[in-house]
Design a protein around this ligand. Structure first.
Ligand SMILES: Nc1ncnc2c1ncn2[C@@H]1O[C@H](COP(=O)(O)OP(=O)(O)OP(=O)(O)O)[C@@H](O)[C@H]1O
Ligand SMILES: [Mg+2]
Length: 409
């Protein structure tokens, strides 16, 4: 607590001098005032890490000091000192926003400890607030890079659907950002304080997937040694993201349909329905309509999911997003890899813009990461890119018979 600023408000000179001395010996920087008016004036002008005030200040009342601190620097903790062990005044002080109270006679060591606690508390509260804001910032739509008209239209849909509880079906090739969009919908919805639960429906066999989604009761199958809530219940009040929804079996599709239509699920091994209120966002990189025609996907579930479809176009159809994405990924990867690279050479940029990106944004992210490792200096050259990308820019011809007037591409 070295150098932390403390304001001591105490009208008894002897007591004040003693406490100032003791706190200074423990590394605090102490200013002292004797009256409410003087203390209030000081609190207006200067910021303290903590304030200590006697509750009986001659004709004044230490409660007013608490109120003044809370009004002008609410983060600053106040410790009050009560004279006669009167619990009533201590309670009043805590209600007014004091952090702690001590009764006279005050042990300097106890006061120093209380001060450290209030300062630590203030620092933690500030830290939590800062981290929360940072997490929000990272997860919110602000983390989505969008420069093309096509992506602008996607984000407009996201903004529109976020405020509703509508089921959303996000489609797009692998790596186009379906999960990112699903998270953005959640983060921008009134459910943002609930959980966002994601599950890949293609990664588990039917039985396990069912118990993951809907939960199970003890004894319902070998290994079910206790009751377990499913993800639908965990996401109640929040959002459940059903990734690769096309991979579900017809049996499970019936159960999903009931969850969507009736807002009801059954835990495996349990006959009682449970009400759930999870908002559903589903995603697929397949043509679900084709799956329906082929008899692999139930049409009633398909139409129920398709209430609000959002299609993310492939990256090759929105070339305007390529460089802004690449630059965002440089920044991100630089932090992780400690690479000195900050930008792309014109040839590298040309290659990035010409390449077809079958793996879409994910492939671009990986390519940039790799290029950063390869690049020796501040500029990422074309040769630092994976070979299939580096060679995708149309090469300049060596021998030109009468060049055309300036052709693009
Ligand atoms: N517009 C964007 N802005 C910034 N990052 C993006 C954008 N689109 C995608 N990404 C990033 O690209 C990667 C792939 O995105 P995501 O996992 O959401 O794709 P997906 O469509 O779910 O892929 P898959 O079908 O393979 O599951 C992620 O790291 C994501 O953060
Ligand atoms: Mg995904």
């Amino acid at each position: 607590m070295d150098g932390k600023r403390v304001l001591l408000v105490e009208d008894d000179s002897a007591q004040s001098s003693m406490l100032q001395l003791e706190l200074k010996r423990r590394g605090f920087r102490v200013n002292a005032e004797k009256t409410v008016a003087a203390a209030a004036a000081r609190i207006e002008k200067e910021i303290f890490d903590a304030v200590v005030t006697d509750l009986r200040l001659g004709s004044g009342d230490g409660l007013q000091v608490v109120v003044a601190v809370k009004a002008s620097q609410p983060e600053t903790g106040v410790i009050v000192i009560t004279g006669h062990g009167s619990i009533d005044t201590a309670v009043a002080a805590m209600k007014a926003g004091a952090f702690d109270y001590l009764t006279k006679p005050v042990e300097p060591e106890v006061l120093a400890l209380a001060l450290r606690k209030t300062i630590e508390h203030r620092d933690l509260v500030g830290e939590v607030r800062r981290l929360r804001a940072e997490v929000k910032e990272r997860r919110g739509v602000s983390g989505i890079v969008s420069a093309s008209d096509a992506m602008g239209r996607v984000l407009a849909l996201v903004a529109k659907v976020s405020s509703t509880d509508a089921t959303v079906l996000v489609t797009g090739e692998s790596g186009t950002g379906k999960e990112l969009i699903a998270r953005a919908i959640h983060e921008n919805s009134p459910r943002r304080d609930g959980s966002f639960v994601a599950i890949n429906c293609g990664a588990l066999p039917e039985g396990l997937l069912e118990s993951e989604l809907f939960g199970h009761v003890k004894g319902s199958f070998t290994g079910a040694d206790r009751n377990k809530r499913g993800l639908f219940e965990e996401a109640s009040g929040g959002t459940i993201f059903l990734d690769e929804i096309s991979e579900t079996t017809p049996g499970l599709q019936v159960k999903l349909l009931r969850a969507l239509q009736e807002g009801e699920i059954r835990r495996v091994g349990d006959n009682h329905p449970v009400k759930v209120s999870a908002r559903v966002v589903a995603a697929t990189n397949r043509d679900l309509m084709k799956q329906v025609t082929a008899g692999k996907f139930r049409d009633d579930l398909f139409y129920r999911l398709k209430v609000f479809p959002i299609e993310i176009p492939a990256l090759r159809t929105r070339v305007d997003d390529v460089m802004p994405l690449a630059e965002a990924f440089i920044k991100k990867a630089r932090v992780r890899t400690g690479s000195p690279a900050t930008h792309f050479s014109p040839a590298a940029a040309k290659a990035l813009r010409s390449y077809a990106w079958p793996g879409n944004v994910r492939e671009l992210e990986h390519a940039v990461e790799r290029a950063l490792i390869m690049a020796g200096g501040p500029t990422v050259e074309a040769r630092d890119l994976p070979p299939e990308i580096a060679s995708s820019a149309p090469a300049k011809r060596r021998v030109k018979a009468k060049p055309p007037r300036k052709s693009r591409r």
